[in-house]
Write a protein that binds this ligand. Sequence first.
Ligand code: ADP
Ligand code: ADP
Length: 232
Amino acid sequence: PPAIEAVDVRRSYDLGATTVQALRGVSFTVAEGEYAAVVGPSGSGKSTLMHLLGCLDRPTSGLLRVGGRDVARLSDGELAELRNREIGFVFQAFQLLARSSALENVALPLLYRGTPRAERRRRAADALGAVGLDHRLDHRPAQMSGGEQQRVAIARALVGEPRILLADEPTGNLDSRNGAEVMRILEDLNATRGVAVVLVTHDGDVAARARRQVRVRDGLVELDTARPAAAT
Ligand code: ADP
Ligand code: ADP
C-alpha cells in the first residue's frame, strides 16, 4: 500500500462559539519511499496535517490510511501502536532528553516496544553511526552542537525502522551549514533505506531540494507538484 493515503480529509476545531476549519478537504498520496516538502503560510494547516499524518490526531471526516490502515477504524491503543511502528518524528527544537546520553535518547523508542537492553544499545549505536555520530554515543545534548543534536533526533526517529519520517521544520533552529548537513542526511536515509520523508519547511531552498512540493493554503492543497495542475 502507499505509505499515506488521504482522501478529502477535514479537521475542524470546535471552540464552543465558533468552529475553526483547519483542513477543508485535503487529498494526496505519499508512496513508499517518497520525499515531499509541505510549504505554506502560518495558520494554513501544516501542523494539523502533520499531526494527522503522524497519527497523533484523527480527521473530523474523510479517509486517512497510514501504512494501509484506516485510522478511523482503530482504537486509541491501536493508533498509538501504528504510530510507534510506522512513524518517526523529527522536530524543530530537537526534543531530546537533557539528562540522557545520545545513545539513551536514540534507544528510547525501542524501550517502549519492549526490545531487550542489549539489542536496544546495539541498534541505537547503529542508528547513531548512520548519522555520522559514532563518536558521540555518551554525550548529552548540551555537549553537542545544534546540528549534532538534530542528527541524534534523526537517529531516534529511525531506530525503529519506520515506514514514514515526519519532520516539522527540521532545519529551523540550525545555521545554514548545519541545516544543509541535516538535509543531506535526510535525503541519504530516504535514498538508502527507502523511508518516506514528509517535511514541513519555511525555507525555500530546503523545499526546492525536495522532489515533490505540496503547498497548503487556508486548509487546502493549493499546489502539489506530484499532480498535473489541471487536477488540483
Ligand atoms: P506555528 O505557526 O508556530 O507552527 P501553530 O499555529 O502551529 O504555531 O500553533 C502551535 C500550537 O498551538 C499547536 O500545537 C496548535 O495545535 C496550537 N494552536 C494553534 N492555534 C490554536 C488555537 N487557535 N487555539 C488553540 N490552540 C492552537
Ligand atoms: P500551520 O501549522 O500552517 O501554522 P495550523 O495547523 O497550526 O497551521 O493551524 C491551522 C488553523 O487551525 C489555524 O487557524 C489555527 O489557529 C487553528 N488551530 C490549530 N490547532 C488548533 C487547536 N488545537 N485548537 C484550535 N484551533 C487550532
